[in-house]
Ligand binder design. Structure first.
Ligand SMILES: Cc1cc2nc3c(=O)[nH]c(=O)nc-3n(C[C@H](O)[C@H](O)[C@H](O)COP(=O)(O)OP(=O)(O)OC[C@H]3O[C@@H](n4cnc5c(N)ncnc54)[C@H](O)[C@@H]3O)c2cc1C
Length: 388
């Protein structure tokens, strides 16, 4: 058994993994991935290839134009994309979440968006975070009100994945005053077209996840038809909450992809690089950390497979998914760090991919939910007093 390769729980899953690998090898070989990352490019043909293979529609209702599929399938695809180019994994997760959300009949007229997102003809992004509202999302200030038979939005969103490419933003905005003591009530999700004067977008340059097309979005009188309300008015938190377990699982899959890639790169380097007339992997100081990494990656995968099975069986997996997201993120950060140690100067070289994984591993520590917040919710699930 190759301990640096993923172990799948069924032949169907292994076949899906192989087909995603083959597609990525054709469209985003390793040198291309590095270039996309370095130059912060958006690769439309590669995205369209994912759409044509039915991968963008995964998790989306068949009857509405999606490809169906389980959370486990989405996890495998996310991991494989992230092994090659983690920032594309981040974009992919946003689309996978949109598929799940728009499949919910409660999303009303907006379910018609699903087919376009699945076939790649329309791109969608999630506008939640704001300069003053990240972890504490309920403090968001973007507002939407009804003016002349349409929604009119004012506010600012930041760190939005795919922001400057998207045709539609799912904006989380306050539509009503909060109910007494319940800050989460009165916030809604609205599908806002980007092709209008009230929407201005700017790229944000990040040191990690450089090809996730991260953007700031300014809404100044942006308009959306009344029927673009996604789900029930004032209940954004419950709409977003329905997909939380899958979001956490797929976030863990990004980390698993990064960790798997870094482990493979470090083992290869430790085998090929010689010092003192032997491969550096022959020194226990190099070998043992890599053995630790392999064991931790194995543990993360086992944990994630279990969480995915729970989600697919309809069980409530929010807390166990938070555990997996947290553990996968911290494992990836450790595994990449050990890989950097094993590679010496070569780990920092821009001609190699390890520095990309090193930078990209940071995201999962604080997004989409920070690991501190994950610990808060796990603590609460243990019956301990709410700590925030
Ligand atoms: C590459 C990238 C892509 C992103 N994509 C999107 C996107 O598509 N859409 C979107 O809406 N947002 C997106 N984000 C934003 C992301 O969701 C936020 O970064 C995340 O929610 C954390 O918010 P923050 O960065 O403002 O950190 P803050 O909320 O300022 O937190 C800073 C630190 O304080 C800690 N902290 C805060 N409150 C507590 C508490 N109660 N207990 C313990 N610790 C606490 C946090 O854990 C964290 O360590 C993206 C960010 C990046 C970097």
């Amino acid at each position: 058994m190759d301990l640096t390769s993923p172990i799948d729980d069924s032949p169907e899953r292994a076949a899906l993994r192989e087909s995603v690998r083959a597609l990525l090898k054709r469209h985003i070989p390793a040198e291309r991935a590095l270039r996309i990352d370095t130059e912060r490019l958006w690769d439309e043909p590669a995205w369209q290839a994912l759409a044509d293979a039915g991968l963008l529609g995964l998790g989306g209702d068949h009857a509405l134009g999606g490809s169906g599929g389980t959370a486990t399938d989405s996890m495998v695809v996310t991991e494989e994309i992230s092994r090659v180019l983690p920032s594309l994994g981040v974009v992919y997760v946003g689309t996978a979440m949109a598929m799940r959300m728009l499949s919910d009949p409660a999303c009303g007229a907006m379910t018609s968006l699903l087919a376009g997102v699945a076939d790649g003809s329309r791109k969608i992004c999630f506008g939640m975070s704001e300069p003053g509202a990240g972890t504490d999302l309920l403090r968001l200030r973007t507002s939407a009100r009804e003016v002349d038979g349409a929604w009119e939005l004012t506010g600012q969103k930041t760190w939005i994945t795919l922001g400057t490419e998207a045709d539609v933003i799912l904006v989380v905005a306050r539509t009503d005053s909060p109910e007494a003591g319940r800050l989460g009530r009165g916030i809604s999700v609205l599908a806002v077209p980007t092709d209008q004067p009230g929407v201005e977008r700017r790229s944000v340059k990040l040191a990690g996840m450089r090809a996730a097309i991260t953007s700031e979005i300014f809404l100044d009188g942006a308009r959306a038809p009344l029927e673009n309300l996604v789900g029930e008015r004032g209940r954004a938190m419950s709409i977003l909450g329905r997909t939380l377990d899958v979001e956490r699982l797929l976030s863990a899959a990004i980390s698993l992809g990064i960790a798997g890639a870094a482990l493979g790169l470090s083992v290869r380097y430790a085998t090929e690089r010689h010092a003192f007339e032997r491969p550096i992997g022959g020194f226990q100081a190099v070998q043992h950390p890599l053995a630790d990494s392999a064991s931790e990656v194995f543990a993360v995968r086992a944990m994630m497979n279990l969480v995915a099975q729970h989600i697919d069986s309809g069980a409530d997996a929010r807390n166990t998914a938070a555990m997996a997201k947290m553990y996968a993120g911290e494992t990836a950060a450790r595994v990449v760090d050990r890989a950097m140690r094993a590679q010496g100067a070569m780990g920092l070289a821009e001609e190699g991919p390890l520095q990309m994984f090193f930078r990209d591993a940071r995201l999962a520590l604080f997004s989409p939910m920070s690991n501190e917040m994950a610990r808060n919710t796990i603590g609460e699930a243990l019956g301990l007093p709410r700590s925030y």
